[in-house]
Structure formats: C-alpha cells, structure tokens
Design a protein around this ligand. Structure first.
Ligand code: SAM
Ligand code: SF4
Ligand code: SF4
Length: 337
C-alpha cells in the first residue's frame, strides 16, 4: 500500500464524506433559517453522489492510505440508502473505521441497530443544550432535546457506545450549557466534545467575539470538577482530551480557532456532489464524481487524488490570524463538518 504525503509531510488517513447538503434542522451556526429558508439553496438530488460512486471513491482513496471514513452532511440519516451504504463501505478491505455524525432526529432504535449490524463502528450525536427553549431556538425548528437524548440511548443500546456528543459553543447562545451538559453525561460512558464556534462558510455571521475559547471552557468545567489531561489516542486526534479526577469519564475540547491543529491534519473531504476538498475552509476542489461520470477508472481517481494531496499546502486555521477571511468558502453542510 501506498502512503501519500502532502507538502508538510502529512499523510492522507481520514476521509469525511458529506452524504447530502440537506438537513431537517436549521442550526443558527450552520444553516441559519433566515438564509436557508427555501430549497433553492440546495443541490438537485441527481447531483449528489450515488451510493456506488461513494463506494468506488472510498475504495480508490483507501489505496492511498485512507483508513477512517466519517459520514456526515447535512444530515446523513436523511439518505434513504444509508444502511446499505455503510454495509458496502464496511466491505472495503482497508477501511477499518466507519463513523457517522448526526443530529439524532431520526435515529430510532431500529435504525441504530441496522446501522450497527451493517458495520458502523462509531457514532457522534450533536446536541447544544438541554434546555428545550434554547435548543429549539438553536436548531431553528423547535426540536426537543429529549428526543436527541433518546437517540443517544438508542445508539448505546445498539452497541454504538460510547457515543461522542458534539456541542458547538457560542457565547451568549449556549455557554450557560457547558456545565449542565457535562453534568448530564458524567458517569454515562459518553464523551461530550465542546467545539469552538468556527468561521466556516459565509452565512453564519461569525465574529471572533462569539467564540468561547477552549481555555475558558476548560476553566469553567475544572472549577466545578477537577480534570487532568489525557494523552491523544492516535496521531492527528483533533480533540484535546481530559478526564475527571473522580473517575466520571472524559470530555474533549476541539479548539479549532484558538489552538489550530493543521500540523497534524490528515483529512480529506468529499462534498455531497463529489468535490475533493483538502481543507474545511477550501473554496475549490476537483470533482471526482464528474470524473467517474465521464468514465474515469479507480486508477485515474487515485492518480488525481495523489497529485492533489502531494501539492496540498492548506493550513487555514494556522494562518487565520494574519489573513483576511476568504470570501467564497463553502458552507459547513456542503463540506460535511
Ligand atoms: N447534521 C449532523 C450534525 O449536526 O451532527 C452532521 C453535520 S454537522 C455540519 C457536523 C458537526 O459540525 C456538528 O456537530 C455541528 O454541530 C458542527 N458545526 C456546524 N457548524 C459549525 C460551526 N460553525 N462551528 C463549529 N462546529 C460546527
Ligand atoms: Fe443540520 Fe447538522 Fe448543520 Fe445543524 S449542524 S443545520 S443539524 S447539518
Ligand atoms: Fe485541516 Fe484546514 Fe482545519 Fe487546518 S484549517 S486543521 S488544514 S481542515
């Protein structure tokens, strides 16, 4: 097997795939309803990669070193073919980790079980507050937090525990939920991961003052329950991990803005319409789906991806401080978080 490395010697190890750009939520930091109120903002369904196209692309990229795949979106569980897709991906010899990130809104017990049986290894469920009014306002559609908590239970019962619980923290919006969320999940076996609010896309009105820096998140938690750092589990792990001194489990903090981790960024991304993106903040990418639709072979895909990865110099978060923000960045739901 070939390991392909970029200009900064970073290997290509992980692939995030946006399965759809659509979502049944309108989270204020991702797809604000004032901007994304109508279907015209989304791609026509025929533009989305088919299950077969996704499988072919993952097989090709596994030949260049990709071992982990994360399915995301948009809301990946809106794809009706999600279970067979997971099954197909699990059948690719070199892929040894398949994970999925979801808002949990459609994760019934039966669906969680089918995903597990199909070969899903891990699941991340997002929830930004336990307060019904606040959570309803954040998700933009009044969805109740209890239903997401139920989804987390369903995942755990299906054998997908421990669940990672993603919380985007935005000052004034839900920073008051940092401690209650930790309290809820202490001793549950699940890991809450606090994510600094990022300037992805151009529609969420991001401003630096909206960030609650990782240091402050940690301080707020550790002043309540003492915590100690835990070594990363693997090269390129994005969350800084901390364990409660009293044995209640772990939390993670993803400090994408205040402590960028570009140096160890081993991720490529596929947008829902098949563009290969080398950074979360990329503006352009080669369309691999178009290549397939025009007759490219797996070997052609491998050659193209190798060439792109070998030329990769992306490190947006490290440069963010000195640089004006680019104006055409893609939205989070198009790239897949
Ligand atoms: N719909 C699924 C969900 O919400 O879990 C998967 C896609 S979503 C784009 C993936 C992750 O990105 C979610 O945990 C979400 O909270 C996070 N996210 C979205 N916009 C963000 C932003 N501006 N800054 C930081 N994280 C963000
Ligand atoms: Fe949908 Fe996830 Fe974006 Fe929220 S964060 S709008 S659930 S894609
Ligand atoms: Fe990777 Fe780009 Fe994020 Fe840096 S900014 S960690 S290169 S995705």
């Amino acid at each position: 097997m070939d390991i392909v490395r970029d200009r900064f010697n970073r290997p290509l190890q992980d692939l995030r795939i946006s399965l759809t750009d659509r979502c049944n939520f309108r989270c204020v930091y991702c797809m604000p309803k004032e901007v994304f109120g109508t279907p015209t903002h989304f791609m026509p369904p025929e533009d989305a990669m088919t299950r077969q196209e996704i499988v072919t692309l993952v097989r090709a990229l596994s030949g260049l070193g990709v071992r982990k795949v994360r399915l995301t979106g948009g809301e990946p569980l809106l794809r009706q073919d999600i279970v067979p897709l997971v099954r197909d991906l699990a059948g690719i010899a070199d892929i040894d980790d398949i994970a999925l990130t979801t808002n949990g809104s459609t994760l019934t017990r039966a669906r969680a079980r089918s995903l597990k049986e199909a070969g899903l290894h891990r699941i991340t469920v997002s929830i930004d507050s336990l307060d019904p009014e606040r959570f309803g306002r954040i998700n933009g559609v009044g969805f109740a937090p209890d239903r997401v908590l139920e989804a987390i239970d369903n995942a755990a019962e299906a054998g997908l525990a421990p669940v990672k619980v993603n919380v985007v923290v935005k000052r004034g919006l839900n920073d008051m939920d940092i401690v209650p969320l930790a309290e809820h999940f202490r001793f549950s076996g699940h890991t809450v991961r606090y994510i600094e609010y990022m300037d992805v896309g151009t529609s969420n009105g991001w401003s630096r003052k909206d960030i609650v820096p990782a240091a402050e998140i940690l301080q707020r938690l550790s002043s309540r329950w003492p915590l100690h750092p835990v070594e990363p589990l693997y090269y390129g792990e994005v969350a800084s991990r901390y364990a409660y001194d009293d044995g209640a489990g772990e939390i993670g903090i993803i400090a994408s803005v205040t402590r960028p981790f570009c140096r160890q960024c081993t991720r490529a991304r596929l947008s829902a319409d098949g563009r290969l993106l080398l950074c979360l903040f990329a503006e352009h990418g080669t369309n691999l789906r178009d290549m397939l639709r025009n007759g490219a072979t797996e070997q052609d895909i491998m050659n193209t991806v190798r060439q792109r990865w070998e030329g990769r110099e992306d490190r947006y978060s490290e440069l963010r401080n000195g640089n004006p923000r680019a104006s055409k960045r893609l939205e989070m739901f198009q790239i897949g978080g």
